[in-house]
Design a protein around this ligand. Structure first.
Ligand SMILES: *Cc1c(COP(=O)(O)O)cnc(C)c1O
Length: 234
C-alpha cells in the first residue's frame, strides 16, 4: 500500500495535540485524564476515518445534518458529541446517536429532550452551555443564570446534567482566557457542592485549538479540537 501524505500530516498533528494535553496536565500536577474530542465539521470522510484509525474515540459535530451523516458513514465505533446549537425540532434526529449534548442552552430544549428520551425509555446526558463573557454571537447561559436553570431542570428524569461547556472568546489575551476558565471551574465546584439529585459535574468541556492548553491548566477535562488536528477549515 502507498503512503498517504494526508495521513502523515494528520498523524503528526494528532500526536502533537495529545502531547500538549499531557504536558498541560503535568504542568499543573494533575493525575486525571482529559478526553479529546476531534471536531470534524466540514472534513471529508477520508480524514475522519484516518483519525479514527489513529485511535480517536470521540467525534464532535456542530450541525445535526453532518452528525447524522457521520453516524451513517462510520457507525457506532466511536462516540458522537453534539457541540453546536440544537433546534428543538432536530432533537429526534440525534437522540439515539450521541453520547453527550454539549449545548443545552434553554428551557424549551429541556422539554423536548425529556419528551423524546422518555419515549425511548432512556436518559440523555447533557452539558449546560455557559456564555461566560456574555458575547452576543454565542449561545449559552450567563453565569448567574446557571444555578436557577439547574433548579428548574432537576425534576426532568430523562435528562442527566453531567457538567458544563463553554466557548471562550477568540483572543490571545491569556489573562482573559484564564479568567473565563477559572469562572467555569468555580461554577462547577459550586454546583457539585449543592448535591442536586441526578446532577453530576463530571465534565468540564472547554478548550479549542486556540486555548486548550490553558483550559486544561485551569481544570478542563474535555477539549474540542478541530483546526489543531485537521488544519484550517475550508
Ligand atoms: C468548531 C468548534 C470547535 C473546534 O474549533 P477549532 O478552533 O477548530 O479547534 C470546538 N467547539 C465548538 C462548539 C465548535 O463549533
Amino acid at each position: 500500500m502507498g503512503v498517504n501524505p494526508i495521513n502523515i500530516k494528520l498523524k503528526e498533528n494528532l500526536f502533537n495535540v495529545e502531547e500538549k494535553i499531557e504536558k498541560s496536565l503535568l504542568k499543573v500536577g494533575r493525575k486525571d485524564k482529559v478526553e479529546l474530542i476531534a471536531v470534524t465539521k466540514t472534513q471529508p470522510i477520508e480524514n475522519v476515518k484516518s483519525i479514527i484509525d489513529l485511535g480517536v474515540k470521540n467525534i464532535g459535530e456542530n450541525r445535526v445534518q453532518e452528525l447524522v451523516q457521520r453516524v451513517e458513514e462510520i457507525g457506532q465505533v466511536v462516540d458522537y458529541h453534539m457541540i453546536g446549537h440544537l433546534q428543538s425540532n432536530k432533537v429526534k434526529d440525534i437522540i439515539d446517536n450521541i453520547r453527550l449534548l454539549h449545548s443545552l442552552d434553554r428551557m424549551s430544549l429541556v422539554k423536548e429532550l425529556n419528551k423524546r428520551s422518555k419515549m425511548r425509555n432512556k436518559v440523555i446526558d447533557v452539558l449546560i452551555q455557559v456564555n461566560v463573557a456574555e458575547e452576543m454571537s454565542k449561545f449559552g447561559f450567563k453565569v448567574s443564570d446557571v444555578i436557577p436553570f439547574i433548579e428548574q431542570v432537576v425534576g426532568y428524569e430523562h435528562i442527566r446534567i453531567k457538567g458544563l461547556m463553554t466557548m471562550a472568546p477568540f483572543t490571545d489575551d491569556e489573562l482573559l482566557l484564564r479568567k473565563v476558565f477559572k469562572t467555569m471551574y468555580n461554577l462547577k465546584e459550586d454546583i457539585s457542592k449543592r448535591n442536586y439529585q441526578h446532577i453530576s459535574m463530571e465534565f468540564l468541556s472547554m478548550g479549542m485549538t486556540n486555548d486548550y492548553e490553558i483550559a486544561i491548566e485551569e481544570g478542563s477535562n474535555m477539549v474540542r479540537v478541530g483546526t489543531g488536528i485537521f488544519g484550517e477549515r475550508y
